[in-house]
Design a protein around this ligand. Structure first.
Ligand SMILES: NC(=O)c1ccc[n+]([C@@H]2O[C@H](COP(=O)([O-])OP(=O)(O)OC[C@H]3O[C@@H](n4cnc5c(N)ncnc54)[C@H](OP(=O)(O)O)[C@@H]3O)[C@@H](O)[C@H]2O)c1
Length: 317
């Protein structure tokens, strides 16, 4: 495993296990495979409805003495329906309880926009809270580090302007930014921005989130793009190194200095996605893959399942 140094003092594995759209027994089995394989970094969120499954499995592993708490790196997020200073305590406590942990390793603001839950469970039924105040919420995030509920804090889905405003006004700097980042949406300016500011960029949807796209019937903005893992150039680079397209792509993102958290509930793929540190892409490979960036045309995630999200004053895209 390779690690990224965090400015707050600790270190974060360069590869983690994503858990979006994974729940119940399927996730329980997959987490066991992931832990056996060697994954120690787990990415979740209240919005994924799976923290209690993760808590159960991690607790079993710790209780059995197969792993120590210190070896684990657990990341979770403040939900957008809790994106108000008065709600931060409540939601981080809920995550700690469901994850059966005394502290979280990294706590992120999931989205720069706020919602009112009003007893609803579907994002599509929630109302926009247009009063979202990043600086006030960040102050409460800083308190969570001071009171020991989390070791570090960061952001997700914030654009560079929003992130810069936090940097300009914070006491504790964000350790990470978790944003969409993959072959067709490489956002080199965000990669540079993070490097300059000592923020670890965590790529989500590194493999193109095929099952989600199929489920909700969306694609990249540029409909002409071929399925990511079937892209000829990527397939050729992977073959050259005796690796699969998924492994070559994860390695590519990692070699750009970006952390990856691929999700899979297929045991073979869980193992496959972990084997990315035993080869290195050369300059020619890196340049060929960089050429596949399609900028905004490659973006998949716009959170349009949230009604009228584009009307929120802090909509980031
Ligand atoms: N902060 C945010 O707003 C945000 C947004 C999205 C995601 N995330 C985080 O990022 C994680 C990863 O993103 P993601 O889940 O959207 O998408 P992803 O990891 O890019 O893609 C997951 C899809 O790829 C398939 N897959 C996994 N490994 C594969 C392989 N080796 N070969 C072929 N297909 C493979 C999976 O199928 P199977 O499971 O069937 O194997 C699944 O359909 C999430 O799980 C979540 O933790 C965060």
């Amino acid at each position: 495993m390779e690690f990224f140094k965090l400015q707050s003092g600790g270190r974060m594995p360069a590869l983690g296990y994503g858990t979006f759209m994974a729940t119940g027994l399927e996730l329980e089995k997959s987490l066991n495979v992931a832990l056996e394989t060697g994954y120690r970094f787990f990415d979740t969120a209240i919005g994924y409805n799976n923290e209690s499954v993760i808590g159960k499995v991690l607790n079993e592993w710790i209780s059995a003495g197969k792993v120590t708490r210190e070896e684990l790196f657990v990341l979770t997020k403040l939900p957008c329906f809790g994106n108000r200073p008065e709600d931060v305590d409540k939601y981080i406590k809920q995550s700690l309880q469901d994850l059966q942990l005394d502290y979280i390793d990294m706590y992120l603001i999931h989205l720069p926009i706020g919602l009112f839950k009003n007893g609803k469970s579907e994002y599509s039924d929630m109302e926009l809270d247009k009063s979202t105040d990043h600086l006030k919420v960040w102050k409460k995030m800083e308190e969570q580090v001071i009171n020991g509920r989390t070791k570090s804090i960061g952001l997700s889905n914030f654009n560079m302007k929003q992130t810069q405003r936090i940097l300009d006004n914070c006491k504790i700097r964000p350790d990470s930014l978790q944003n969409e980042n993959h072959l067709y949406f490489q956002s080199p300016e965000v990669v540079r921005f993070c490097k300059i500011n000592n923020i670890v960029l965590i790529s989500y949807s590194s493999l193109g989130m095929k099952s989600f796209r199929e489920l909700v019937g969306i694609s990249w903005n540029n409909k002409q793009l071929p399925e990511m893992l079937e892209n000829d150039v990527l397939v050729k680079v992977a073959k050259k190194h005796g690796k699969t397209p998924a492994q070559a792509l994860l390695r590519f993102i990692n070699q750009n200095g970006v952390s990856v958290i691929p999700k899979s509930t297929t045991p073979k793929r869980i193992v496959e996605n972990f084997q990315i540190f035993d080869f290195k892409l050369d300059t020619k490979d890196m340049d060929a893959l960089r050429n596949l960036d399609d900028g905004e045309g490659g973006r998949i995630v716009r959170f349009t399942m949230i009604k009228n999200i584009e009307d929120h004053p802090e909509y980031p895209f």
